[in-house]
Design a protein around this ligand. Structure first.
Ligand SMILES: *[C@@H]1O[C@H](CO)[C@@H](O)[C@H](O)[C@H]1NC(C)=O
Length: 131
């Protein structure tokens, strides 16, 4: 009974702590340099429009976000390149609140010729959204 109470208090404390963490989201243009057409990115949440940006090679589209009380914070991006387009979720509180704690509170994305790769350590990359 007491153990359950303590566990419950701890769970609340952990959850409230998350709200103060500032996450850093990075989307880097790692498309091959041979293709002259630029990559365009446009990211937004329900309340915030981060704007459409043409991306040079290795340029970083980056912003910070905290997680709201209901853990519904979500940023999605629209990308265009070479006549292709794709939507992807760059930050989703419920998906990313834990996995993006490991490397400076960062969610890292690398846009490559075959898709959008995620990393939470800046060394292992997984293609989570093929073009
Ligand atoms: C990831 O690693 C690269 C290469 O070592 C470095 O240039 C870059 O700044 C790192 N990214 C972050 C967000 O720390």
């Amino acid at each position: 009974m007491l153990a359950l109470f303590i566990f419950y208090q701890l769970a609340i404390a952990v959850n409230e702590d998350l709200l103060f963490i500032k996450y850093h989201i990075h989307i880097i243009n790692d498309l091959s340099p041979g293709v002259p057409s630029p990559l365009y990115l446009h990211c937004k949440s329900k309340n915030k429009d981060l704007g459409q940006k043409p991306m040079l090679q290795h340029q970083d589209y980056t912003w910070d976000s905290k997680i709201n009380l209901f853990r519904t914070t979500l940023f999605f991006c629209h990308a265009w390149w070479e006549g292709k387009q794709r939507y992807f979720v760059a930050f989703n509180a419920r998906r990313d609140e834990d996995r993006c704690l490991w490397y400076h509170n960062s969610c890292l994305w690398s846009v490559r010729d075959d898709g959008f790769y995620f990393s939470n350590d800046n060394s292992t990359w997984t293609n989570e959204y093929p073009w």
